[in-house]
Design a protein around this ligand. Structure first.
Ligand code: MN
Length: 236
C-alpha cells in the first residue's frame, strides 16, 4: 500500500456553538486526488504550529470569515463582517512556517485573501459597495455550478495545469484582492478584472484561488485537476 501524503487543514470555527467544523469538500477533494487530509486544532501557539507543519506534507488554507482589516492597515468599513483573529493568526503562522519548511500550500477563497495580506497586499472589504460590477461573485446555492469566467494567464503554472484562457468557475466571495502583494504573481483574472488566482513564483508551490473547487470537484474536472496538482506537489 502506498502511503498517502498528509495535508493539514486549520479548522473552521463556529463561535456561537463553540465548535470546530469542516466542509467535507476540502477533505474529499484532497482524498480524491490521493492525499490524506487532517484537521488541526485551533492554536496560535507557534511551537505547536511548527510541530503540526512538521507532521504534514502540505497545508490547505480554507475559506472563512473576513481577514481582519487591521492586518492590512485599514479600519473595517460598515459592510465588512466579523473576523476571527485567532484563525488569522494561526493561518498566517501556518503559511510562513510551511514556506520555511518548503511545504506546498493551497489557499482557497479566504485562503487567497490571507496569502495576499500575508505578503503586504490589501483587500476590497466589500465588493458590492467598493467595486460594483455586473459579474456575480456571490452566488446562491447550489454552489456546484459556474457563474462567471476567469482568464488564466498564459505561461503560468496554472495554465500548464488547466490550460490558458477562459475557465468557468463558481464564485462565493464578498471580498477580493485589491492591491496585489508585490511578490505574488496573478495567474487568473475574473471577467471584470479581479485577481482570482495567484502564486508566489519563488516557492515550489504556493498557489491560491478565489473560487471554490471544494464545492465543484464532483462535477468539474478543472477542480479535480487543481487538487491533483496540489497533492502531486506535496508528494514531490
Ligand atoms: Mn469571483
Amino acid at each position: 500500500m502506498t502511503k498517502r501524503c498528509l495535508i493539514g487543514i486549520p479548522p473552521l470555527v463556529d463561535v456561537e456553538r463553540e465548535s470546530y467544523w469542516m466542509l467535507p469538500g476540502y477533505m474529499d477533494g484532497i482524498r480524491l486526488a490521493k492525499g490524506l487530509p487532517v484537521m488541526f486544532p485551533l492554536t496560535t501557539n507557534e511551537s505547536e504550529i511548527n510541530q503540526l507543519v512538521d507532521a504534514v506534507d502540505g497545508i490547505l488554507l480554507p475559506g472563512g470569515p473576513d481577514v481582519d482589516p487591521a492586518l492590512y492597515g485599514e479600519q473595517p468599513i460598515p459592510a465588512a463582517s466579523e473576523s476571527l483573529p485567532n484563525r488569522d493568526t494561526m493561518e498566517l503562522t501556518l503559511l510562513h512556517q510551511a514556506l520555511r519548511q518548503h511545504k506546498p500550500v493551497l489557499g482557497i477563497c479566504k485562503g487567497i485573501q490571507l496569502v495576499n495580506v500575508a505578503f503586504g497586499g490589501t483587500l476590497y472589504q466589500d465588493l458590492p459597495s467598493q467595486r460594483p460590477t455586473h459579474v456575480n461573485h456571490c452566488m446562491t446555492p447550489p454552489y456546484d455550478r459556474t457563474v462567471h469566467t476567469v482568464d488564466i494567464v498564459e505561461g503560468t503554472p496554472l495554465a500548464q495545469t488547466l490550460g490558458a484562457g477562459s475557465l468557468a468557475v463558481n464564485s462565493y466571495h464578498h471580498q477580493a484582492i485589491c492591491n496585489l502583494a508585490p511578490c505574488l504573481e496573478a495567474m487568473a483574472y475574473s471577467e471584470d478584472g479581479l485577481v482570482e488566482a495567484v502564486r508566489k513564483p519563488d516557492e515550489t508551490f504556493l498557489w491560491a484561488v478565489q473560487w471554490h473547487p471544494e464545492l465543484m470537484y464532483r462535477t468539474d474536472e478543472a477542480s479535480r485537476q487543481l487538487f491533483r496538482a496540489f497533492v502531486q506537489a506535496c508528494r514531490a
